[in-house]
Each structure stands twice: as structure tokens, then as C-alpha cells.
Design a protein around this ligand. Structure first.
Ligand code: 7RM
Length: 635
């Protein structure tokens, strides 16, 4: 039996029990046998959820890029590490071997150093899904700089907020990006953002779309000439186990985005170990995760997890619909993809197009199918199983979060029997708990509650950048001595978990986590708007779409409502990005509020979802009269 590679359900239970009974012995063995350390740890784990403080492998020294690259050079130097599949299928794919990757990451790392970046400095990466994105992430890790990747679909003001929060010294971007038939002026967005960012000294610009762009003298540099001149080897910086590896922002239900800080050693061990087991990756396999590296899924399961295992990982620049809806399947056939990992929103969009596209391609290479990002509905699950996996490739419905760093609840393919809409069992070492409203743990099966985790795991985020108090308040204060996920879940008769969605005000649209507060803040900036509330409502493709309730100021009443709707969505696009645009906007005379002044989104959610038979407890409402009015005018 190997603890590192689980192949049967019995093995899962055995290893799981071991990991829970004696976590330190268990994780020590995994860390010892499967990774490269400059120095071993003095202590496997110390933790205190009341502070909260968690340390894994304290005293150990390492560099994650030695684990992702250098240690593979002797045994698989010529093996492809990254397959880059461009937006345009006419453009040739690139195969970057582990040896090439070493060269490219080292050169990039040397460029960073020449430009004054040192260990501990923050570097913002705002790039499309081109090889430079993965390479720059690894280059930062090589020299101990903390990367903060910002998804290149975010607007300039969202970018500026993130750059300033982490006081990044450098931004790495490109002239522009391709997205299906469109091009996007990324550098223009960066220029706009940097008007508000005094901390940025240098901008490195990769050439992708060859457009004329503004280059600010003294600040902006084209990347390629610097890489060409840089030395091809770079001694890795020796990092402490708990040194921050990266910051990644996630929206909260209130306030500005939270910069989740991930550690070096624990994150490495857990992302690599989960990758190996959840996808049952074997040496010759080709693995493809369709996420963007701008999200945690891309960090852990395009870059770090796969590369730590010496895998071949596909990076796709484009979208599922370009040049047509057969693109994903064309790529699966072309690169003989064995493991395919995507989001329910993509599955639903593809299912809507029928099966003709699938039938044109040979998908027989597929062994494991993954899903992540939101609850997958039963219909989509079956469509995926029947048409993509032909009922032969198990579906791993993987539940996890930016904050957890790695997959937490998931089947292990070929070991765990799957069940549609269920993420099934906790991964090795993960101890979930369901809690009731009174803060008590609900034991037994066939129950539902709020999902918490009661014991630390190696890849948990260690803090929120610059705001440890907020970290404590958000995750460790709702329930004593437990990490609160913000999700609701139920546990069935055999102990399988089904995630039912967020219990706070985060809405997941097309797999993107959107906090209500920043969107409401944007809307409220419109001069005619008095107040607004955003809720999600079910949407066939996006999973959830946004419904906005907007109360106008007196002066706004005479305005054309459709123009107002356009203007509101325009502000949202500018401040957050097009992903946060509202599908429906209802103008209301007021919003239902509790006595303490909180908007009761629960009621608004029901109205938006056309489910008003039982509005639940409305006794704490200050202004019940507005509810009927809103219902009468619902869209
Ligand atoms: C990896 C990621 C986290 C939130 C999480 C859930 C939801 C993610 C699933 C899921 C049901 C799943 N990170 N979520 N995976 N819900 N089933 N398999 O998505 O930070 O962006 O989002 O996403 O609500 O709390 S994230």
C-alpha cells in the first residue's frame, strides 16, 4: 500500500484514518518521501485556531521551483511540462519541456532581480493565459518574490485596488490579449490603473497581439529583449517553510477584496498530493484544467500541483466557443488529454449546444473528468458523464476554496463510487464538521448545516494580507475552534457531502465569486441611485445571474429606466468588470431591512428566484410594506 497514491476505496479509508489519527506522522511521511528539501523541518505542525496561527513544517527550507522543475531534469528533462494551446487554432501549439521551462524561468527570474525585485517584494501579474503567465509565477517563486496574479478580465480600478493593497513594486502584463474573435487592450487597462498606484516602479510587457501601445519611459520595458540577454541559470532562493509564496484576492461579502496569503511548504505538499490522487495522474498522461491561472484553480492545478508531479499540463488561451463550441473537444483529441478539469458553467454552456460537436471528435483518451467552482446540477452531471466520459470516466466533483489552497472534498476516481451533485468524501487529512445555528456540531448522517473544518491542513491560507484581524473575524469567529467555509452542506446516509451553496452574500456567477458589496458600491455611485441590493437567481448557463434592486433618489424618477439600466451596468463594468453586470434591474421604492439596518437579502433572493410561497420569518423587518410592492413589480 502506498500512502502517496491511493487506488481503492479500502485504501482510501485506511489512509484517511491514519491521516486523521496521527496527522503529523502522516504528513511528515508524505513530505519526506515525495519532495526535495534544503533542510528538513524541526516541527511538523503547530496550530491555534483562536489566534489563529497555523505552521506546517516549521524550520524546513526549500524552494518550490526546485520541486516543480529542477528535480525533474535528470529523469524527465525532455518531457513536455506545458502544452500551450493558443486562442487561434491555426496558430501552432507550443510544447515546453522541463528543460526549456528551467531555462525560461531562470531567465525571467534574473530579469526580475535586475529590475530590483528582491525576496519578499510583491509582484502583480496581469497576463492572459500565455506561457509567460506560468513562467512569471514560477520566476517570482524562484527568487522568493510574492506573486499576486490578478485575473486579466478585471477592470482597471479592480486591478488598482489589488496592486495598492499589496503595495506591488512591479506589474507584469502584455500589450493585449486574444479572447475568441476579440482582442483586449490590456496595457491600456494597466496604464489607467497605474494612475492610482504610486507603489509601482516597473512594468514588464510581453508582446502578444503586436499592437501599438504606449510605453512610459523609465517605467515600462518590453520583456523579450531582457529575457534574451538574461543568464539562463538562476540559483533558487532558499525559503522558509512558512514564507509567503503568493497572495490571491477573493471577494468577501463586505469591504474590499481579501488578499489570501499562502505559504510555501504546506501549499506545495498539499497541492501536489491532491493533484496526484484526485486526478490519478500517471507519468505518460496529459492533463488539462480549463481554468485561468488568475484563479486559485489555475495556481494549484495548472501550475504548482501538476509540475510538482512532473506532469504534462495544458494551458489554453482561448474560450470554449471559439471558433465554435467544438473547441474543447478538438483540443482533447489533438493533445490526447487524459484528465479534463472544468467548471459546471462551462459544462452547461456546452450541453446547450447539443452533442454534434462531441461526435466529431475522438474523446477516448479521457480517463478522469473533474468539476469545480460551484454546485453542479444533476442534469449537467449526467450530460458530462454520458457524452464526454461515455460513462467510463469517473467525475470528480471537487469542493474547495481560494482559502483552502487545495481540493478538500472529492471522490478519488476508481476508488470512491460517485453520486451526481455530491462532492462525496473528505480528502485525506480533511476533517469536516456540519454546524447548526447555535454553534453545535451536528453528528450523524442525513443532516445538513454549515460546513466547517475542525483541524488544520497543510495548504490553508495563513492570513489576509495586511489584515490578520479580518482573517480571524471572517473564518474563525463564527464557530469556536473551527474554520468556517461560508458554505452550507448536507451529509447523506453514507457520509457523502453535497455542497448546497454559500450561506453568506457571495454569489457565484459562471464560477466567479462575486461579493455583493462591491457591486452595490459601484451602483450606488450613479448619481440617481439611492440604494441597491444584489442577489443571485438561478440561470441555465451561468449557474447564477445577478438581479439588482435599485431605489432611486427623488431626482431620478423622471429618467428613462432603460437608459438608467445601461448606465448602471456601465459603471459596474468599469469598476469591477463585465462579469458583474446585472441581468435584471428592478427599480423599487425601498428595500426590506432589519431593525439593525441590514438589507434582508433572503427575501429579495426568493423574489428574484420566483419562489415567494413562503418568505420565511419577516418579523424582524422594519418596513414590511415594501415587500408586497417589490413582489408586484418583480421582473
Ligand atoms: C476552487 C474555487 C469557492 C466557493 C466555495 C463554494 C463554491 C467550489 C464547489 C463549490 C459546490 C463544488 N475557489 N464551490 N467548488 N460548490 N461544489 N465542487 O472555486 O474561492 O473561487 O470559490 O466556490 O461555494 O466556497 S473559490
Amino acid at each position: 500500500m502506498s500512502n502517496y497514491h491511493i487506488k481503492h476505496l479500502e485504501e482510501y479509508y485506511q489512509v484517511y484514518r491514519k491521516s486523521v489519527r496521527n496527522p503529523e506522522v502522516f504528513w511528515e511521511e508524505i513530505a519526506e518521501e515525495h519532495f526535495m528539501w534544503r533542510k528538513k523541518w524541526d516541527n511538523v505542525l503547530s496550530w491555534d485556531f483562536t489566534k489563529p496561527e497555523v505552521k506546517w513544517f516549521e524550520g524546513a527550507q526549500l524552494n518550490i521551483t526546485e520541486n516543480c522543475i529542477d528535480r525533474h531534469l535528470h529523469i524527465r528533462g525532455d518531457k513536455t511540462a506545458i502544452i500551450f494551446e493558443p486562442n487561434n487554432p491555426e496558430e501552432e501549439a507550443q510544447h515546453i519541456s522541463y528543460r526549456d521551462l528551467h531555462d525560461k524561468v531562470c531567465r525571467f527570474a534574473n530579469v526580475l532581480k535586475e529590475q530590483g525585485i528582491q525576496k519578499g517584494d510583491r509582484v502583480c501579474i496581469y497576463l492572459p493565459m500565455i506561457p509567460e503567465l506560468a513562467i512569471s509565477v514560477l520566476a517570482c517563486a524562484r527568487i522568493g518574490a510574492i506573486h499576486s496574479v490578478v485575473f486579466a478580465g478585471f477592470s482597471s480600478s479592480a486591478l488598482a485596488t489589488r496592486i495598492n493593497d499589496a503595495t506591488c513594486k512591479m506589474v507584469i502584463t502584455s500589450d493585449g490579449s486574444y479572447r475568441g474573435a476579440k482582442t483586449i487592450d490590456l496595457k491600456g487597462i494597466v496604464d489607467e490603473a497605474l494612475k492610482e498606484c504610486a507603489c509601482v516602479e516597473t512594468v514588464l510587457v510581453a508582446k502578444r497581439i503586436n499592437t501599438e501601445i504606449h510605453m512610459e519611459a523609465g517605467r515600462d520595458h518590453w520583456l523579450q529583449p531582457l529575457l534574451d540577454e538574461a543568464y539562463h541559470d538562476c540559483v533558487p532562493e532558499v525559503m522558509e517553510a512558512e514564507d509567503p509564496l503568493f497572495i490571491l484576492y477573493t471577494s468577501g461579502s463586505t469591504g474590499k477584496p481579501k488578499g489570501m496569503v499562502h505559504s510555501t511548504a504546506g501549499y506545495m505538499v498539499y497541492s501536489a498530493y491532491t493533484f496526484k490522487n484526485v486526478f490519478q495522474y500517471r507519468e505518460e498522461d496529459v492533463y488539462w484544467c480549463t481554468a485561468d491561472i488568475g484563479w486559485i484553480t489555475g495556481h494549484s492545478y495548472i501550475v504548482y500541483g501538476p509540475l510538482c508531479n512532473g506532469a504534462t499540463t495544458v494551458m489554453f488561451e482561448g474560450v470554449p466557443s471559439y471558433p465554435d463550441f467544438g473547441r474543447f473537444w478538438e483540443i482533447v483529441e489533438k493533445h490526447k488529454v487524459n484528465q479534463f478539469y472544468t467548471a459546471p458553467t462551462a459544462i452547461r454552456a456546452l450541453a446547450k449546444e447539443g452533442v454534434e460537436h462531441l461526435e466529431k471528435h475522438d474523446l477516448s483518451s479521457l480517463k478522469v473528468l473533474g468539476t469545480v467552482g460551484e454546485p453542479i446540477n444533476e442534469e449537467a452531471w449526467h450530460w458530462y458523464d454520458d457524452n464526454v466520459g461515455k460513462r467510463k470516466a469517473p467525475i470528480v466533483d471537487t469542493w474547495w476554496q481560494t482559502e483552502t489552497g487545495g481540493i478538500m472534498i472529492t471522490p478519488i476516481p476508481f476508488a470512491t463510487p460517485t453520486k451526481p451533485t455530491y462532492a462525496t468524501l473528505p480528502f485525506i487529512g480533511i476533517q469536516p464538521a456540519l454546524m447548526d445555528e447555535n454553534g453545535n456540531e451536528i453528528k450523524g448522517n442525513q443532516v445538513d448545516g454549515r460546513l466547517c473544518i475542525k483541524f488544520p491542513w497543510p495548504s490553508m491560507a495563513r492570513t489576509i494580507w495586511g489584515n490578520h484581524q479580518r482573517y480571524k473575524d471572517t473564518y474563525f469567529s463564527a464557530y469556536e475552534n473551527k474554520y468556517f467555509t461560508g458554505d452550507g452542506a448536507l451529509r447523506d446516509e453514507v457520509g457523502y457531502y453535497r455542497i448546497t451553496g454559500r450561506v453568506d452574500d457571495v454569489i457565484i456567477v459562471s464560477g466567479h465569486n462575486l461579493g455583493t458589496a462591491p457591486i452595490e458600491d459601484a451602483i450606488n455611485e450613479h448619481p440617481a441611485v439611492a440604494e441597491s441590493a444584489i442577489v443571485g437567481f438561478p440561470h441555465d448557463i451561468k449557474g447564477n445571474a445577478l438581479y439588482g434592486y435599485v431605489t432611486l433618489k427623488e431626482t431620478g424618477e423622471s429618467r428613462n429606466q432603460n437608459n438608467l439600466r445601461k448606465e448602471i451596468n456601465q459603471i459596474i463594468t468599469e469598476q469591477i468588470g463585465p462579469i458583474a453586470k446585472l441581468d435584471k434591474i428592478q427599480f423599487t421604492n425601498g428595500l426590506p431591512k432589519t431593525r439593525s439596518g441590514k438589507i434582508m437579502r433572503r427575501i429579495l433572493r426568493k423574489i428574484a428566484g420566483k419562489d415567494t410561497s413562503n418568505l420565511g420569518d419577516t418579523s424582524t423587518l422594519l418596513n414590511p410594506e415594501v415587500v408586497q410592492d417589490i413582489m408586484d413589480n418583480a421582473l
